[in-house]
Design a binder for this molecule. Structure first.
Ligand code: MYA
Length: 434
């Protein structure tokens, strides 16, 4: 399932069936998982002709106490940054994608909808909406020049894309101005031609031109070298559809009606004072979030402008809910999720899977379990089919209890030109990238 940038299978352990001959049995599924682990360990020994040349942690350096934490290379003087773009094969040209333009946005949307991340079995593909892309790519202080496309000169067709946005990210005590890199995509017909390294070098050059020398990104593939490896969990909201489209399977000794009953949620939320976040809540939410995120080793350093952009509700893009104490009117708790549908490939009955992705959640008075159960209730009410969450921050406190099942793909977090001495556990990470 396309629940992250990993090629992951969404199956919750408790949903795996060995009753349907067409589907892997429990032991086959664990063989799959084993095969993936073997492949990951092989990739640790694999040559990375591009990544070996880049200032990223190298596998051989992992845990070497002589290497200091922090930037791997110092910044170069701006006058020495390459002024002109990298060479592309002659039939292609660079463009800067103006995400304010509806037409440009549609072109990007079309490229990604047809060519972006799929699961291992090619059953699902991320289907980021245009509104989502405009939100994700235009935060405070964004640079148009970091929204990079490649066109075929003759047909003018967009064939590749990569983006960066600026972000302040704290690593332990140090706040570092970084680029968050996302939406790297090469058209299916142009794969394995070493275009991705050129895209990455070009975005790096444009980031350097803004005097920024570090970056953060996530990927489903193992590259040198993850700072953390996380896992997605899935909470069925519409189990019948999820089973019908092959996202999940009927558990052993489970019938459809028992499964539907298992995942049933109440119609209304239970927490008094639970309501949608509004513009006037920005200062209170910022305080709550900053205070909460300060406990993690790696987290964004959000100010009020960031919170207004990233967390104020936007229809079909991001939902944020909070608890306002009915007595004191203090904002005590907060939860949020973003909307990222996936196309369902080759199913007769359904074309789209509506997924909510847990974003930032803070509980100070309402138990986290109750807060997140209310989040599930509003997601269900708004017709989401599934609610996904990574095991980052304190999410482990509610995942099992609220009937999330583990997916079997991994999401790796990376930093460019910044070494960390120890791999972080997911619960030490306070960062969610889109
Ligand atoms: S993650 C989402 C990535 N997108 C997809 O998975 C969509 C579907 N797939 C594709 O479109 C293509 O397969 C892509 C690769 C474009 C992914 N991150 O051109 P190639 C390395 C980094 O022949 P292709 C996201 O968006 C690979 O290891 N590197 O391959 C975050 C090999 O290098 P090496 C990757 O399949 C992106 C080389 O590319 C990834 O045609 C963060 C092969 O190139 C990947 N996901 O195209 C980017 N996949 O030989 C890094 C493959 O060394 C940002 N590769 O192993 C770094 C920071 C930059 C800014 C720095 C500022 C200071």
């Amino acid at each position: 399932m396309v629940d992250n940038k990993s090629s992951t299978d969404p199956l919750a352990e408790d949903q795996i069936s060995n009753t349907d001959g067409n589907l892997p049995s429990e032991s086959e599924a664990s063989i799959d998982a084993l095969a993936r682990r073997v492949q990951e360990s092989i990739s640790l020994g694999k040559r990375h002709t591009f990544w070996e040349t880049q200032p990223v942690g190298q596998f051989k350096d992992l845990g070497d106490p002589r290497l200091p934490e922090g930037p791997i290379e110092p910044p170069t003087p701006l006058s020495e940054v390459k002024q002109d773009p990298y060479n592309l094969p002659a039939q292609y040209e660079w463009i800067t994608c103006d995400m304010d333009s509806n037409e440009m946005c549609s072109e990007v949307y079309t490229l990604l909808t047809n060519n972006y991340v799929e699961d291992d079995e090619n059953m699902f593909r991320f289907n980021y909406s245009k509104e989502f892309l405009q939100w994700a790519l235009r935060p405070p202080g964004y640079f148009k020049s970091w929204h990079i496309g490649v066109r075929a000169k003759s047909s003018k067709k967009l064939v590749a894309f990569i983006t960066g946005i600026p972000a302040r990210i704290r690593v332990r005590e140090t706040v570092v101005l970084m680029a968050e890199i996302n939406f790297l995509c090469v058209h299916k017909k142009l794969r394995s031609k070493r275009l991705a390294p050129v895209m990455i070098k070009e975005v790096t050059r444009r980031v350097h031109l803004e005097n920024i020398w570090q970056a953060a990104y996530t990927a489903g593939v193992v590259l040198p070298t993850p700072i953390s490896t996380c896992q997605y969990w899935h909470r069925s909201l519409n189990p019948k559809k999820l089973i019908d489209v092959g996202f999940s399977r009927l558990g052993p000794r489970m019938t459809m009606s028992r499964t539907i009953k298992l995942y049933k949620l109440p119609e209304s939320t239970v927490t008094p004072g639970f309501r949608k976040m509004e513009l006037h809540d920005v200062p209170a939410v910022t305080r709550l979030l900053r205070d909460y995120l300060s406990q993690f080793m790696g987290a964004p350093d959000f100010d009020e402008n960031d919170v207004e952009h990233w967390l104020l509700p936007k229809e079909n893009v991001v939902e944020s809910w909070l608890v306002e104490s009915p007595e004191t009117h203090e904002i005590t708790d907060f939860c949020s999720f973003y909307t990222l549908p996936s196309s369902i490939l080759g199913n007769q009955n359904y074309t789209n899977l509506k997924a909510a992705y847990s974003y930032y959640n803070v509980s100070t008075k309402t138990p986290l379990l109750q807060l997140m159960n209310d989040a599930l209730i509003v997601a269900k009410r708004n017709d989401y089919d599934v609610f996904n969450a990574l095991d980052v921050m304190e999410n482990e406190l509610f995942l099992k209890e609220l009937k999330f099942g583990p997916g079997d793909g991994k999401l790796h977090y990376y930093l460019y030109n910044y070494r960390v001495n120890h791999v972080l556990s997911p619960s030490e990470l306070g960062l969610v990238l889109l």
